[in-house]
Design a protein around this ligand. Structure first.
Ligand SMILES: Cc1cc2nc3c(=O)[nH]c(=O)nc-3n(C[C@H](O)[C@H](O)[C@H](O)COP(=O)(O)OP(=O)(O)OC[C@H]3O[C@@H](n4cnc5c(N)ncnc54)[C@H](O)[C@@H]3O)c2cc1C
Length: 416
C-alpha cells in the first residue's frame, strides 16, 4: 500500500459520542478533512449522562473473578446492580459465557497490561484536547470511595494493588468513617470506612462533549446531526457511506457508534460482540453539595457534583441499547445510594437518563483497522470511554494518518 493510500484526505466518522468526536479532533490535528455523521445529536448516546470520572486508577478490565461472583449472586433481580433479563437470547448467552471465561486472574492481568499504557496517557490526551480551549476537566479533590465496612474498603485496596502490580502508579489513603465525614459531611453514619484517591479528575459529561464538538468545529471539522448511517461499503480507494438521506464517499471511515457498533462493523470482519451494558443516572440537589465525587463500591453507585446538582449513576443492565428505560432501575440506584448520603430529597430527581456502555467480553476496547484498509473501528470502551476516548482517538488518528500501527493499540485490534 502506498503512502498516499495511507493518508486519506477525507474521513467520515460515524457517531458523535466522546470516542468519535475525539478521533475526529485528532484527525484534524493531522490536517485531515473530517465529517462526523450522527443519527441523533452530539452526545446522544452514553457520553451524556455518565458519571464523568476521568479515573485511570479504576479503568481496569471489567471481567474479573469478583465481578463474576457478584453477577452470579444476584443478576436476575431487578434491584441488583447487574441485571440480565430472563428469556431466550442466544447472542447475549454467548456474550455472557465469553465474559465468564475471561473472568480469571490470568486473563485480567493480560487485559490490564493492555490498558496500562492507555491509562498512563489518558489525562495527557484530555489536556491536549483542552489546549483547544473550552474543554475543561477538574481535579477530584477529594475523591472518596466509601463503604459500610473495612472489609469492603480492603477489597478495593486489593484491586488498586493489582493495578499497581501491573505497573500503574496509584496513590490513596485509607480513612476511618469519622475522618471521611470530616472531609465530606454529606456522608451518613453508615459509612464505616473510606479511601481517598489522588490524581483523578472529573468532568460534566454533557458540557464536555459539547465543548469537544465546538473545538472540532473551530478546527474546521463538520458535524452533521440527525443523519443515521445505514451501511458502509468498500469502494475502489475508499468507502461509500449510506445514510438516511443519500450516499457519501470518503477515503476512510471510522465506526464509533458505541453500543451499536456491531451492525456496521460486522461486514468488515469484526466478530467480537459489543453488548449494551445500560446504566442509569439522575440529578438531585442536596442540602449541601459534596466537595468532590464519591463512589460506593459495594452498591456500584457513583455520585458526581456537577455545578449546582449532584449526579447519581449506577446499574449495569444487559438489554438492547434502544430499549425503553425501566423505572425500576432508577429506584434501585436510589435504594443503593440513600443509606450513604444525608440531606438529599430523593423524590425531587431531575434529568433521569439511561445510556448504553459499549461492553466487550474481554474488557478491552476495539480500536484499529478492519478487513478493509478504508474502514476503522473505535468502540467497545465499556465502563471507561470518557477516560479513554481521547487517548484511543489520538492513537487511532495517528494510525490512520501515518499508516503505521501504534503499539498501544495492538491488543485492542478489532479483528481479535
Ligand atoms: C451510568 C454510566 C456511567 C458511566 N460513567 C463513566 C465514567 O465515570 N467515566 C468513564 O470514563 N466512562 C463512564 N461511562 C462509560 C462511557 O459513558 C462510555 O464508555 C462512552 O460514553 C462511550 O462513548 P462512545 O462515543 O463510544 O459511545 P456513545 O457516547 O454512545 O456514542 C455513540 C454515538 O453513535 C451514534 N450512533 C449510533 N449508531 C449510529 C448510526 N447508525 N449512525 C449515526 N450515528 C449513530 C449514537 O447516537 C451516539 O451518539 C459510564 C457509562 C454509563 C452508562
Amino acid at each position: 500500500m502506498t503512502h498516499t493510500q495511507h493518508r486519506p484526505e477525507h474521513v467520515v466518522v460515524v457517531g458523535a459520542g466522546l470516542v468519535g468526536l475525539s478521533t475526529a479532533w485528532f484527525l484534524r490535528e493531522h490536517g485531515i478533512d473530517v465529517t462526523v455523521l450522527e443519527r441523533g445529536h452530539v452526545g446522544a448516546g452514553a457520553s451524556w449522562g455518565n458519571a464523568g470520572w476521568l479515573s485511570p486508577a479504576f479503568a481496569v478490565p471489567l471481567p474479573e473473578p469478583a465481578a463474576l461472583r457478584a453477577g452470579l449472586s444476584g443478576f436476575m433481580s431487578p434491584s441488583a446492580p447487574l441485571y440480565v433479563p430472563a428469556g431466550p437470547d442466544t447472542a447475549l448467552a454467548r456474550f455472557l459465557l465469553s465474559f465468564a471465561r475471561n473472568s480469571t486472574q490470568r486473563r485480567w492481568r493480560a487485559a490490564m497490561a493492555a490498558l496500562v499504557p492507555l491509562n498512563l496517557r489518558a489525562l495527557e490526551a484530555h489536556d491536549t484536547l483542552a489546549s483547544a480551549g473550552g474543554v475543561v476537566s477538574r481535579p477530584m479533590e477529594p475523591c472518596l470511595v466509601a463503604a459500610h465496612t473495612e472489609a469492603q474498603c480492603r477489597a478495593v485496596v486489593t484491586e488498586l494493588e493489582h493495578v499497581r502490580a501491573a505497573g500503574q502508579p496509584v496513590e490513596f489513603d485509607l480513612l476511618s468513617g469519622p475522618r471521611a465525614r470530616e472531609l465530606e459531611p454529606m456522608l451518613s453514619g453508615e459509612v464505616g470506612c473510606a479511601l481517598r484517591l489522588h490524581g483523578q479528575r472529573y468532568i460534566d459529561p454533557g458540557g464536555y462533549v459539547e465543548a469537544v464538538a465546538a473545538a472540532l468545529r473551530a478546527k474546521g471539522g463538520r458535524i452533521e446531526e440527525g443523519v443515521p448511517v445505514t451501511g458502509v461499503r468498500e469502494q475502489a480507494g475508499g468507502a461509500e457511506v449510506r445514510t438516511g438521506r443519500g450516499r457519501t464517499r470518503a477515503d476512510a471511515v471510522v465506526l464509533a457508534t458505541g453500543a451499536l457498533l456491531n451492525r456496521l462493523a460486522r461486514p468488515f470482519g469484526v466478530r467480537r460482540r459489543v453488548q449494551a451494558g445500560r446504566g442509569y443516572s439522575f440529578s438531585v440537589v442536596p442540602e449541601r453539595m459534596p466537595a468532590g465525587p464519591v463512589y460506593f463500591p459495594s452498591r456500584k453507585v457513583v455520585c458526581t457534583p456537577l455545578g449546582g446538582r449532584l449526579r447519581v449513576a449506577g446499574m449495569m443492565e444487559f438489554r438492547h441499547a434502544d430499549a425503553p428505560p425501566d423505572p425500576r432501575r432508577i429506584a434501585s440506584v436510589v435504594a443503593a445510594a440513600r443509606p450513604f448520603l444525608r440531606g438529599v430529597d430523593w423524590d425531587s430527581r431531575t434529568d433521569e437518563w439511561v445510556g448504553a456502555r459499549p461492553v466487550t467480553s474481554d474488557g478491552l476496547p476495539l480500536v484499529g483497522p478492519t478487513l478493509s484498509p478504508h474502514v476503522f473501528v473505535a468502540g467497545g470502551h465499556g465502563m471507561w470511554g470518557i477516560t479513554h476516548g481521547p487517548v484511543t482517538g489520538s492513537l487511532l488518528a495517528d494510525t490512520i494518518a501515518t499508516g503505521a500501527p501504534q503499539a498501544e493499540l495492538a491488543a485492542l485490534h478489532p479483528l481479535r
